[in-house]
Structure formats: structure tokens, C-alpha cells
Design a protein around this ligand. Sequence first.
Ligand SMILES: Cc1cc2nc3c(=O)[nH]c(=O)nc-3n(C[C@H](O)[C@H](O)[C@H](O)COP(=O)(O)OP(=O)(O)OC[C@H]3O[C@@H](n4cnc5c(N)ncnc54)[C@H](O)[C@@H]3O)c2cc1C
Length: 364
Amino acid sequence: MRIGIVGAGPAGLYSGILLSRDFDVQVFEEHSEVGFPEHCTGLVSKYVVDKSGNNVILNRIKGARIFSGNRSIRIEKKDIAAYVIDRKAFEKNLYNNVSESVYLGNRVKRIEISNGVSISTNSGEYKFDIVIGADGPRSLLRNMVTNERVDLLNGVQVILKKNFVEDNYVYIFLDRKYSSGFFAWAVPRESDLLVGLATYDRNPMLRLKALLRDRFNGVEVIGKNAGQIPIGNLNRHYKGSIFLTGDAAVFVKATSGGGLYYGLKGSEILFESIKKNLNYEKILKKMMEELKKDYIIHKIFSVLNDKEILRIISSLDNEETIEIINKYGDIDYPSILAKKLILNKNIIKVYPLLLRSIFRSYLI
Ligand SMILES: Cc1cc2nc3c(=O)[nH]c(=O)nc-3n(C[C@H](O)[C@H](O)[C@H](O)COP(=O)(O)OP(=O)(O)OC[C@H]3O[C@@H](n4cnc5c(N)ncnc54)[C@H](O)[C@@H]3O)c2cc1C
């Protein structure tokens, strides 16, 4: 069977590695190198690191400080909570395992379904039995599979010359002036600091300037990058011979915008579906349950205003609740913690606020 993959990001490359063991695979990438342009913070769990190798690790994260106005809480794990990876090196490592099947500098311009699937790129026309859309947040192939709604967060990041936060802590800024609907972050790496944010409006740079002015005033900026994060929940991930994975399939944690873990997991599930001829939606079901919960949490958070966020942060700021967060917080499964917190007596106090925001979140 011949399989074409559109996009050589992490999801396309990893799908290519798995599928090329059993099938004839071609991966098309519009750029002339992988991992470019950079657009990711690279905060991931061990599962993701293991797909590539320890040489991509730039930092080991113990915990986080979460800021809302002048208030902040500190959460931390006994062990490593997350890793910061060199995203470009991560993709290069994946690429090295499948490079002979990857066609760089090949932008897919047209896809036609008749007697198989044909793909037109700037270098010619190719015919496949199956085509996989791993073409990222603004996926062309997604539109061929479903017309379900997907929102896009606009992300922007700068690299600061040196670290201005604690070495092994991620800083999260929840203030609405830094983001409409999401949040801002500062992530320490080996020798520099990534400061960024994602927001639903079209002014991420203005908001980032405000964050830099407020928290990192006068600091030298040595790099800048930007990208989009798809947010939503699709009910369809394939149609006929076209399958989606990664950001194209919106395999993204809506709570954090992290897409690497579920992009790779989704690609494993897709491989199993094609290899064993199993229904993709059926075997995706368990993974989608977590992503649906994350989406609900995100929707509720996205409608909160500063005052409401501050009240929630204040309700978490006590020894007992922080202990629950430290114990159950999991970068890849945020709903486990949400489930534990919802019955906590300090959270019960903010139920009326939460109920109001659940109601508001369903109106938008
Ligand atoms: C600011 C920011 C910070 C982030 N931080 C994190 C983080 O800390 N942790 C985390 O897990 N995730 C993070 N993410 C999300 C993560 O980067 C994505 O989930 C991940 O890149 C998705 O991988 P992918 O392979 O599905 O898509 P992509 O990485 O977008 O790759 C898609 C590829 O397809 C190619 N392509 C697109 N269209 C075509 C075409 N027509 N023809 C040929 N090639 C095409 C593109 O050039 C690209 O190389 C972040 C995202 C942003 C924007």
C-alpha cells in the first residue's frame, strides 16, 4: 500500500517512521529543512523526549509559579515535572530516522480523490492509496475531512539573553492584559529564557510588549518566533482515504496548547488503525475523552476575567490544596487534577463563580 503524508513536523515525521516499517511511504514538506521556522516552547513530558533521545533536553522543570496580578502560587513535583527540549533538534532526530522518504521543498498544492488520492506539489503529481494530513494548525486536509469549527490562538515568543526566573521553574502569567482567553509564560532553558504568550485576538505582539515591560524591563531580546495553536474538538478525523493527525487533527491540550504528546500518541493510534485495518475513530476514543475534558476546562477558563481568576488562585493558595495540585498535576492529563480539585472544600467556595463561567462559556 502506498501512503502519502503531507507535512514533516513531529506528527508527520513520526507517522512516517512508524508506517514506513510496513508500507511504501512518502512525506511532503514545503520547507527545505525540518524544524523550521521555530515556533514552539518545547515543554514536554518524558514520553515525548523518549521518541527522540536525551540529547534534545535543554532543562528539567520541577514546578511552576502561577501569577495573577500581585498574587502568585508555587506548585512543584518531587521529581521532574517536565522537560524543555530543543524543538529543532527534536525534529532533526525524527527526520534522521525517515529521511529517505521525506521530500523537502515540496508544497502540496492540490489533492484529488479519484481511484486513490493524487497529490500535486511543485515537483509533480503523486498517487497514493491513503493520504495523511499532518499539515499543522491551518491544515488544508482538515477541510477535506470535516467542516467542524476550529479556533486558532496566536502565539508569539521572544528569547531573552539570560534567565530571569528560577532555573527549574516555569512562570505562568494569567492576567488578561497579556492574553485574551489564554495565558503567558516564561520558560528557562540552558542559557536563555523563552517568554511568550498565546491569545485569541490579533495583537499578540502588543501584549508581549506589555509583559516584557512589566516583568522583564530593559532585557536584551536575542530572538523572536510566532505560530498558531488550534483549539477545538473534532468528531471526524478521517474521511475515505484521508486521515488526520497532529495539529491538523487538533490533537492539542486546550488547557496548555501543548500538541506534541497527543500529536505523537495520535500518530501511534493512526499507525495501528492502518496496519490492523481498525476504525480510526473507534480506537481514538479514549484519547479523545481526555482532549474533550481539556477543552471544557479551557472554555471555562477562557471566559474568566482578572477578578475571577484572582479569586480562584486565592482559593488554591493553601497548604491542603497545593498538596493536591503537587500530587495529581500531570502535564499530559490535566483532567485528573481537575477531577480531584472539584470536590475540594476551598474550590466549593468558588462554585457560583465557576457555574457562571460554565454558562458564559456555552454562550460563545
Ligand atoms: C508559541 C507556541 C508554543 C508551543 N509550545 C508547545 C510546548 O511547549 N509543548 C508542546 O507540546 N507543544 C507546544 N506547541 C504546539 C506544538 O508546536 C504543535 O502541537 C506541534 O508543532 C504540532 O506538530 P504537527 O507535526 O502536527 O504540526 P507542525 O509542527 O505545524 O508541522 C506541520 C508541517 O506541515 C508542513 N506543511 C503545512 N502545509 C503544507 C503543505 N501544503 N505542503 C507541504 N507541507 C506542508 C509545515 O511546513 C510543517 O512543517 C506550541 C505551539 C506554539 C505556536
